[in-house]
Design a binder for this molecule. Structure first.
Ligand code: KG4
Ligand code: ZN
Length: 336
């Protein structure tokens, strides 16, 4: 059994030797009206959702509680109140069943979503070492993956994450939270070259997205003072141009990393890996550069417990169990 509760998705998955039997995800609509996740409301929603979600996962997997061998759970990074619900549930559930618990790092799990599958055979996985661009609402990293549980962060954002940039810019454009998928949808109908926004280029493999957010904010304020209907009239082109800029910022650094490391197996993971602009741009780059590109199925891109189950499985093989004094952590401090 695997539990994920780091942000605003309550999820439970059941796996058998790493193969996913069930992956139930309950989203939280309550945040839409606020333009972002409200931590207090997220914790309460996890508390309401956790048992029904676990029950549903067991039912879908057709597995009895007593047949479970271990409980894996996200212990960070994430929102402390949200993590506490999943952690406390996992500890008491395992204690009641007399089975071990396994702590899982949420960022490591996003990458191991590349190894999540509902099939036994016919699935291709990246070869080690490979590079993974992990792009979510809270993090943006380029990671060199040496092995399932041995990962090295080569670069990361120094301010906003890519998903955060999507969501904050969507808010400026008057779109509800989470804005990333909405920008993606609108962008399909727009011209990505219509508006030019800055791509911040730092030295090395780090990213920065706060400059883009500010540039869009000032540009929109100026245009609205000239024409109050500017956003409505140009929404598709604005979304396409913003998406193009974010994708460009990500892909430039990924190419740099692939060239300097001499690695051709490339993966993407995290919520923003669901973005159609990023997927098609990377597919084109892969074709031109001879990369082998790996993208998780949509259900394993945004927060889900299947990725926790896969990570838990590799830790189970290594007997990396935790004790009942396990406590969650909020901030990323390495792939442990
Ligand atoms: O990985 P995730 O579910 O949660 C975190 O760990 O943060 O990522 C959520 C982020 C949000 O910022 C959301 O707007 C973004 O992923 N996202 C997208 C798309 N789908 C989800 N951003 C752009 N295009 C999408 N299609
Ligand atoms: Zn995530």
């Amino acid at each position: 059994m695997a539990i994920e509760s780091s942000c605003d998705e309550t999820s439970a998955a059941v796996s058998n030797k790493g193969k996913i039997l069930a992956n139930v995800i309950a989203g939280q609509k309550v945040h839409e009206a606020y333009g972002g996740v409200v931590p207090e409301l997220a914790s309460r929603a996890h508390q309401q959702n956790i048992i029904p979600v676990v029950d549903q996962a067991l039912k879908e997997a057709n597995v009895a509680k007593n047949d479970l061998q271990a409980v894996a759970f996200t212990n960070g990074p994430g929102l402390m109140g949200s993590l506490l619900v999943g952690t406390s549930f996992a500890k008491s559930f395992a204690l009641a069943l007399g089975i071990p618990i396994i702590e899982v790092n949420h960022m490591q799990a996003h990458i191991l979503a590349l190894f999540a599958s509902r099939e036994d055979e016919g699935v291709e996985y990246p070869e080690f070492p490979f590079l993974c661009l992990t792009v979510s609402g809270g993090h943006t990293q380029i990671v060199k993956v040496h092995d399932h549980l041995e990962m090295e962060v080569l670069g990361q954002t120094l301010d906003d994450a890519a998903g955060e940039a999507f969501d904050k810019i969507a808010k400026i454009l008057g779109l509800p939270y989470p804005g990333g998928p909405l920008i993606d949808k609108m962008a399909v109908k727009g011209d990505p070259a219509r508006f030019k926004f800055p791509v911040t280029r730092l030295s090395g493999l780090n990213f920065s997205f706060s400059g883009l957010k500010t540039a869009v904010l000032y540009f929109i304020q100026k245009q609205l003072s000239i024409d109050p209907e500017f956003i409505d009239k140009n929404l598709a082109d604005l979304c396409a141009s913003v998406q193009h800029t974010i994708v460009e910022s990500l892909v430039i650094k990924l190419i740099e990393a692939a060239e300097s490391e001499g690695i051709e197996h490339i993966g993407i993971a995290g919520g923003v890996s669901a973005n159609s602009g990023l997927r098609s741009r990377l597919q084109a780059e892969a074709k031109g550069r001879g990369w082998k590109l790996f993208i998780p199925p949509f259900e394993f891109c945004t927060d889900n417990a299947a990725m926790i189950a896969v990570t838990g499985y590799y830790k189970y093989l290594n007997k990396q169990f935790s004790t009942q004094d396990s406590a969650p952590f909020a901030r990323f401090s390495g792939m442990k």
